[in-house]
Ligand binder design. Sequence first.
Ligand code: GLU
Length: 505
Amino acid sequence: MNERKVRVRFAPSPTGALHIGGVRTALYNYLFAKQHGGDMILRIEDTDSHRFVPGAEDYIIEALTWLGIHFDEGVSFGGNYGPYRQSERRDIYKKYVKILLDSGHAYIAFDTPEELEAKRKEIPNFQYDASTRMSMRNSLTLSPEETQSLIDSEKQYVVRAKIEPNEDIHVHDLIRGEVVINSSILDDKVLYKSADELPTYHLANIVDDHLMEVSHVIRGEEWLPSAPLHVLLYRFFGWEDTMPQFAHLSLLLKPEGNGKLSKRDGDRLGFPVFPLEWHDPKTGDVSSGYRESGYLPEAVVNFLALLGWNPGNDQEVMSMDELIKAFDLSHCSKSGAKFDYEKGKWFNHQYIQMKSNAELARMFQPILEAHGISAAPEYVEKVVGMMKDRVSFVKDLWDVASFFFVAPTEYDEKTRKKRWKPDSAQQLTELMEVLRAHEPFDIESTENTVKAWIESKGYHLGNIMNATRLALVGEGKGPHIFDITEALGKEESLRRIQRAIDILK
Ligand code: GLU
């Protein structure tokens, strides 16, 4: 059993956009699979037709592809264990429902929603289980003939698991250790519904994990309450020897730490909770996504990987390959991880710094174009190289660097009052002469020449630099002055200084 090939699955239900917590689950499955040279399967659990949302499946695939989380098999990837969409596996499940019925581990129940409702009113905390099932309308209380005739009359029914009470069920969890739950608290869960001829999540999930030879089930904590039933189902089928190992990941918590992270927290605090922008087909609502908000996929992966896991040292910036090497389920935290959105931005900043200037320039070009600017790639690269350490998002380059592309026509009032002195116009006129005569116009020699001139004249270095900056940038910000003049070039620098003199003198 130890030699078993690692096979994990990501098994979302296509009920809407994939939440960022689901992305983390997919990521942890991927890291674990790749570390062990195993397979990663995409299975779509769409047996609940009422909750099906069109577009959700494509969204999930697009989002994970964008993040570099790749599947070896599954919906849209192929493989030998298909079909991988549960709605296409009806006949398979029917066979296993019959096995449970024949072995007495399940029974057929005919109770109508109205009958169940009446019971709930009659018995406080009603639960369909060993204590109540014999007072209900099911194949345990009806004769075989009655049962068969109800089925034949096309009366709708469900199949329920027959859970024996008073037994401690042990779930071995790779993160939580041994979790023990007494079977008496479980109800006789519905496993199959004749109405749509489909199994419920529990049965389909177990049968598929078995048939697809899944070795490890890594999923969110919200599925832990289902695990005892799943353990029982493995036993009912006689599949204990190949039962997957479980690992239930702790929740992603609100930034304040109280309760589960929800879409509303994102709306409230202004950050995305979805990997890609999502257009809800029912409501028409649009929710923001990490991709459209300017996150690099590497940054999102790194950020999510460290929400609930750490490598055991203080390394934070880790590539996918490094994460694959270091990942360890036993280092996943049992308690929830606070969703620290600011940290997400920090990661994006780090990854922006690691990108080449050429690549960042390519990403910045569409933003420039949107502002009506067409600039040579080499120039954009140079600007990006100077300014990238000031931003966390490519789109923010516009805020810090637009002056490289658009000459100021107005001057920031506060800066002007403080930095433009009575003799600034005269001094900058002289400076223009110095600059005009200077060749070549590189950073170092221009700086040396200008400083020598200032010294020879006994001028105040700071005053001249500040006034020049105001002329070149329009305000008091920006990188080193001579980096700016070099990038703008002699003609443009002189033009800007002249204009400032004309307007401000
Ligand atoms: N379909 C379940 C979900 O939407 C899968 C849970 C599991 O991984 O067992 O998350």
